[in-house]
Design a protein around this ligand. Structure first.
Ligand code: GLU
Length: 486
């Protein structure tokens, strides 16, 4: 790649929550900027006011922060090329559009939507490539006056000369577009608002972007952007380098979408995926540092990331792999960090309010579940037995402690535990193994399931004896009595 100081941009159009594909792009942009010691620019492409909302813009900003993809130029942090919201740059686009009109690179087109549709219909029938037919390219002053007299508002269209556009894509190699398939395109709508192709090209140049790393779905817009650079008078050496990242496919090999997978990053966040796990997983979606690396930190990513190692073939999203990585990242957390991530989930599920005593107990209990959960949202269900004010046994488990054999187990356990002078998981386990397994001859699974249900209220809990230790002798005995009274 070129020797210029790198500037990469992430430029989403927040028409919804950022999705997996957006974030993979943002991550690669960020990693490339960090790897090269360059600048990571964040720009909000919000010119489509019918679809972009303030909430989605704020959510995009929050998501990047949550993921740890801090930008050097962009919303909130500012920078020398602002504003970074395209809706605040409308006069810049208008000036360029006017320049293109003056240069005759662009022209006003007065065709109505119905007329354009009729042209497309003809093209379909004649089996030729669809696209604008150049109807308004050479209008005379009289024709223009006549259209205006009819009350028609023109759109500004860019003139595509005959020929081809070629550029070297850093991932795909040389790509050539025949202009037969790139018809004259709209730069400015009849209401004066700019279209994506105009705004993105103008901004990439004015903001000094050197590298455009983005999704493959935008490959076909590149010749139009290059046409805008030409009209702006940009020298070839100052065009950004393009690199189009491979599609992210669902398990069914169709492009990942709401239909075949969860696409919204907000969903992953709510489920309790750690940002580091998401970044780790997405980093390996279409890129690999060489060996069969599965676990990569953000620091390693920035050290190792090069565009040369991005694949050109589509990547397949694998939820199981993401879950496995999330479990790994959870296990690698310190208790302090694990608590920091988990406490909001416990609060949201109304398991705790957040008092000091509760937090202290949470920290004691977390090591019991750290090995077992793959997502943070599993924590409330596993830990709620420690905090419930009014203890009750899960309805689907009640029948398992309600029969005579369960009651005899619980009765024996009750008398053994009452006598215990030292209350910890070692002494609890020893007492129960001797009495229930050795002396009563019970199978451990049977004996301990009854106790698990009686003390934690559920068939699924953290390790039984440690759970009983944390719960305390009094509470355990009270719960066993309750189960016996059922
Ligand atoms: N704003 C465009 C989008 O979200 C992407 C712009 C670009 O990366 O060129 O689809």
């Amino acid at each position: 790649m070129s020797a210029k100081k790198v500037k990469v941009r992430f430029a989403p159009s927040p028409t919804g929550d950022l999705h997996v594909g957006n974030i993979r792009t943002a991550l690669f942009d960020w990693a490339y900027a960090r790897h090269t010691g360059g600048t990571f620019l964040f720009r909000i492409e919000d010119t489509d006011t019918t679809r972009v909302t303030d909430e989605y813009i704020q959510a995009a900003i929050d998501t990047l922060k949550w993921l740890g993809l801090q930008w050097d130029e962009g919303p909130e942090v500012g920078g020398p090329n602002g504003p970074y919201l395209q809706s605040q740059r409308l006069d810049i686009y208008a000036q360029w559009a006017q320049k293109f009109l003056d240069q005759k690179d662009a022209y006003y087109c007065y065709c109505s939507p119905d007329e354009l549709e009729a042209v497309r219909e003809e093209q379909r029938k004649a089996n030729v490539a669809p696209g604008y037919n150049g109807h308004c390219r050479e209008l005379t002053a009289d024709q223009i006056a006549a259209f205006k007299a009819q009350g028609r508002e023109g759109v500004v269209r860019m003139r595509m000369p005959e020929g081809t556009t070629s550029f070297v894509d850093e991932i795909r190699g040389e790509v050539t577009f025949d202009h037969k398939f790139v018809p004259d395109f709209v730069l400015v709508r009849a209401d004066g608002s700019p279209l994506y192709t105009l705004a993105v090209a103008v901004d990439d140049i004015l903001m000094g972007v050197t590298h455009v790393l983005r999704g493959e779905d935008l490959l076909s817009s590149t010749p139009r952007q290059i046409r805008v650079y030409q009209a702006m008078g940009v020298a070839l050496a100052d065009y950004p380098v393009f690199a189009h990242l491979p599609f992210v496919m669902g398990q069914d090999n169709a492009k990942l979408s709401k239909r075949n997978g969860e696409v919204s990053i907000a969903w992953y966040r709510e489920q309790g995926y750690l940002p580091e796990a998401i970044c780790n997983y997405l980093a390996l979606l279409g890129w690999s540092p060489g060996d069969d690396v599965e676990n990569i930190s953000m620091k390693e990513l920035t050290e190792l990331f090069t565009v040369e190692k991005v694949h050109s073939s589509p990547a397949r999203f694998d939820m199981k792999k993401l879950e496995a990585i999330n479990g790994d990242k959870i296990r690698a957390l310190s208790v302090e960090d694990f608590a920091k991530w988990t406490i909001p989930f416990l609060k949201k599920a109304a398991i705790i309010e957040g008092t000091d005593a509760e937090i202290a107990l949470v920290k004691q209990a977390l090591p019991l579940i750290q090995e077992r959960i793959v997502k943070l949202d599993e924590a409330p269900q596993l830990l709620k037995f420690l905090f419930v004010k009014e203890f009750a046994i899960d309805s689907d488990a009640v029948s398992k402690v309600n029969d005579e054999s369960a009651k005899s187990i619980l009765k024996r356990a009750q008398s053994e535990l009452e006598q215990l002078s030292t209350w910890n998981h070692v002494s609890i386990e020893a007492a129960l193994r001797t009495s229930l397994i050795e002396e009563m001859g019970l199978k451990p699974r049977i004996a301990f399931t009854a106790l698990r249900i009686a003390t934690t209220g559920s068939t699924i809990s953290p390790p039984l004896f440690e759970s009983m230790e944390l719960l305390g002798k009094q509470a355990c005995l009270a719960r066993i009595s309750l189960a016996l009274s059922l």
